[in-house]
Design a protein around this ligand. Structure first.
Ligand code: CA
Length: 354
């Protein structure tokens, strides 16, 4: 913990002294940037609390808010191009139902994999809305009637982040997630192979690369490491079996001490659902850590839970600071996926001992 505390102090001084010091004391800032890897803020779908998820605008804003990593959820188009969408469906973040009314499947949904990249590019992306009512999910976020965005490809987003890294001199990482490999395979496509190939092309295929590759499908995570020989940092996401686990994935097992040790043989970190690592607060107001969290820390796995939202806080947290204190200061968690990266970055700057 001493090292960690020192790191945070360095980050805080770098943030306070900040950009003014950088040109003169370059070495100090470099130290702080290295140290910052200890505790990271991951912009969940970009700065999605402020702009529609997975738009380049939301990613640029997250970059400007000084997130350490920016997340990309990846699915494939009909012509096999990795595009940035949270769902395999297009109908709760785009106007696909208006533009292509005849293209839904029998279940009433529109699937990205049924549309070519050109067709997907013709769509307008908006703030997420509910399929049944058409109402936006988070009502106080960006107005869904302002449709001024497009679906980016994975390569376009990498260009945005690498371009900003060049123009700012910073080193912000990417955090792609391979979505539903089982579904893609049933459609005749190998999404993991397609994504790994893009990551290789852009220099993200070694342990030092500033990237984490994540997947909910445990069998696929192992395949990415072995068969696809991916050398970069890997994160196993954890869900609950009751949500419908992919074949070959048993989250109850993965959450156990034995499961954690199995994961540690393959991955660098885990991405649990926040309630899987913090149960709530004790009477004295400190975080109650779960056995899974304790096992993961003992196994020296990085722990990056999802998702902290200022407009949908955990029941036990009255505000963002209470949640962030529990996560970083009490539980010693390494990073957080959040829709509000600015608030987590500011918290870490204000609380150098976290
Ligand atoms: Ca994700």
């Amino acid at each position: 913990m001493l090292v960690k505390n020192l790191c945070h102090r360095l980050i805080a001084s770098a943030l306070v002294a900040g950009m003014f010091v950088a040109p003169i004391f370059g070495a100090n800032v470099a130290v702080a940037q290295d140290a910052k890897q200890e505790t990271v803020v991951i912009a969940h779908r970009g700065a999605s609390g402020y702009l529609p998820e997975h738009t380049l605008a939301a990613k640029a804003l997250a970059y400007g808010m000084r997130a350490d990593y920016i997340e990309q959820d990846v699915v494939l188009s009909k012509d096999g191009v990795p595009v940035i969408l949270h769902d395999i469906h297009l109908d709760t973040t785009t106007d696909v139902a208006t533009k292509f009314p005849g293209r839904k499947r029998e279940d009433g949904r529109y699937y990205a994999i049924d549309f070519t990249l050109d067709e997907i590019k013709s769509l307008t992306v908006t703030e997420r809305f509910k399929a049944d009512s058409g109402k936006q999910v988070y009502e106080n976020r960006f107005p869904m009637e302002f449709g001024i965005f497009k679906v980016p490809t994975l390569e376009e987003e990498i260009k945005l982040i690498q371009g900003l890294n060049r123009s700012t001199g910073r080193d912000v990482g990417i955090y792609p997630e391979i979505k539903n490999p089982e579904f893609h395979r049933a459609e005749g496509q190998d999404i993991a192979k397609a994504v790994v190939s893009v990551l290789e092309k852009w220099g993200y295929n070694n342990p030092a690369s500033n990237a984490f590759l994540q997947c909910f499908d445990w069998a696929e995570t192992k395949r990415i490491r072995t068969e696809l020989n991916y050398q970069g940092k890997l994160v196993q996401l954890l869900g609950e079996n009751r949500w419908g686990a992919p074949e070959g994935t048993d989250y109850d097992f993965l959450k156990s001490d034995e499961g954690v040790l199995e994961m540690a043989k393959v991955v660098d970190g885990i991405g649990p659902w926040l309630p899987q690592v913090i149960e709530g607060l004790s009477e004295n107001g400190t975080a109650i850590m779960t056995p899974t969290l304790i096992a993961a820390q003992r196994a020296q796995l990085m722990v990056h839970p999802y998702t902290l939202r200022a407009d949908q806080l955990p029941k036990w947290a009255g505000d963002m600071d209470i949640a962030l204190k529990a996560i970083f200061d009490d539980a010693g968690i390494d990073g957080i996926f959040t829709d509000f990266p600015d608030q987590a970055v500011e918290y870490l700057a204000r609380n150098p001992d976290a």
